[in-house]
Design a binder for this molecule. Structure first.
Ligand SMILES: *Cc1c(COP(=O)(O)O)cnc(C)c1O
Length: 363
């Protein structure tokens, strides 16, 4: 496909080309059935096999402990912003839930939770434009809280938690939408890990929820059926018609990831990709990184140029070279290169060279 560009969009984001080709090949006739995968029942054996394989592959790739369940739920990551307090706030007699304000989605998660529980924001980096992840010592974590929520990778500002806080008795919940499967994670540290699919895993509109078994069964009675983790677990994520296409794509992406050598291999590649771009940013003062160097994301590299005119020129020239969707988030401006798992080193290298040449030509 000679006319495909390098897509640096934050999400929906690029998918591996072999996955896209496979979808195309199987589109009209799934495995000799004479129908597409999206034309069969979500309860058909052939689809159930896809669902089970996706879960098995995820377990295999992550070493997920046996006492964790995998759920596929509607509504992307933000539907989980409501589902979490509805399912878990009841664990605390005062319905206290702890939030960490490290970026835009982190803030929106807390705002949504406020409708259903008593939110306490334990740390915030709002004052410095979300350029870092504040320390979170155990003393700040009220042990009577229902849970502690963090955003593993802050997609807009390009920061991430390098190591995860210790919640004590309080289960740790992480929104990993923009970094699931990009680095090795000890899942046993978490009560819930969830992610919208459209950044590292597949199409938009659904989320994967990984939940420790003992956190099931405490949803509020008023929780909508389709947001209830326990119901989803009981029904194997098939309470109603699921997005069969999305789950089929996830399965293909997981197979692709396994072929790449799994999470260990992709993490090493992701680190090399990010390091290449940060190297250009740090070399001179033409570009200004948004994230503090100690908290830099390896998925979203956000940086500024000196002024808007220069930024527009950068984006225009980049696009002409086939470097697509580099514009920073609207409230931040500048440039954001999202370099999720499927972005090859060649795309990053092409961007890095362009950045060097642009800096040389415009300094
Ligand atoms: C993109 C993103 C979201 C929003 O995902 P939706 O599926 O659109 O709801 C939430 N959290 C993080 C960290 C994200 O990057």
């Amino acid at each position: 496909m000679t006319d495909r560009v390098y897509n640096f969009g934050a999400g929906p984001a690029m998918l591996p080309e072999p996955v896209m080709r496979r979808i195309q090949e199987e589109w009209l006739d799934y495995r000799g059935m004479g129908v597409s995968i999206i034309e069969i029942s979500h309860r058909a054996d052939e689809f159930i096999a896809v669902l089970e394989e996706a879960k098995a592959l995820f377990r295999q790739l992550t070493g997920l402990p046996a006492n964790y369940r995998i759920l596929f739920m509607h509504g992307g990551a933000r539907m989980q912003f409501s589902a979490l307090p509805l399912n878990l706030a009841g664990r605390s007699t005062t319905r206290k839930c702890l939030y960490t304000e490290t970026g835009n989605f982190a803030k929106v998660a807390a705002q949504e939770a406020q409708k259903f529980c008593q939110v306490k924001t334990v740390i915030s980096s709002a004052d410095s434009g979300y350029d870092h992840i504040p320390d979170l010592p155990l003393e700040l974590i009220d042990q009577d809280a229902a849970y502690l929520h963090i955003t593993g990778n802050n997609t807009i500002f390009g920061t991430r938690w390098n190591s995860f806080p210790d919640g004590g008795q309080v289960p740790l919940i992480a929104d990993m939408t923009s970094e699931l499967l990009s680095r090795q994670i000890d899942y046993s540290r978490f009560g819930v890990v969830y992610a919208g699919l459209q950044k590292n895993l597949g199409p938009s509109g659904m989320a994967m929820v990984i939940i420790r078994e003992d956190l099931l069964g405490c949803a509020d009675k008023t929780t909508p059926t389709l947001l209830d983790f326990t119901q989803a677990d009981k029904d194997n994520s098939l309470t109603n018609t699921t997005n069969t296409f999305a789950i089929y794509v996830i399965k293909l992406v997981l197979e692709w990831l396994k072929e790449q050598g799994g999470v260990t291999a992709i993490e090493k590649l992701n680190e090399a990709k990010a390091a290449r771009l940060y190297q250009v940013i740090d070399n001179g003062n033409f570009y200004r990184g948004i994230a503090h160097p100690d908290h830099r994301s390896i998925m979203n590299v956000s940086f500024l140029l000196n002024n808007d005119v220069l930024t527009d020129k950068f984006l225009q020239q980049a696009e002409a070279l086939g470097l697509y969707a580099l514009k920073g988030y609207r409230s931040v401006g500048g440039v954001r290169a999202s370099i999720y798992n499927p972005m090859p080193m060649a795309g990053v290298e092409k961007l890095a060279i362009f950045m060097e040449e642009f800096a040389n030509g415009n300094s």
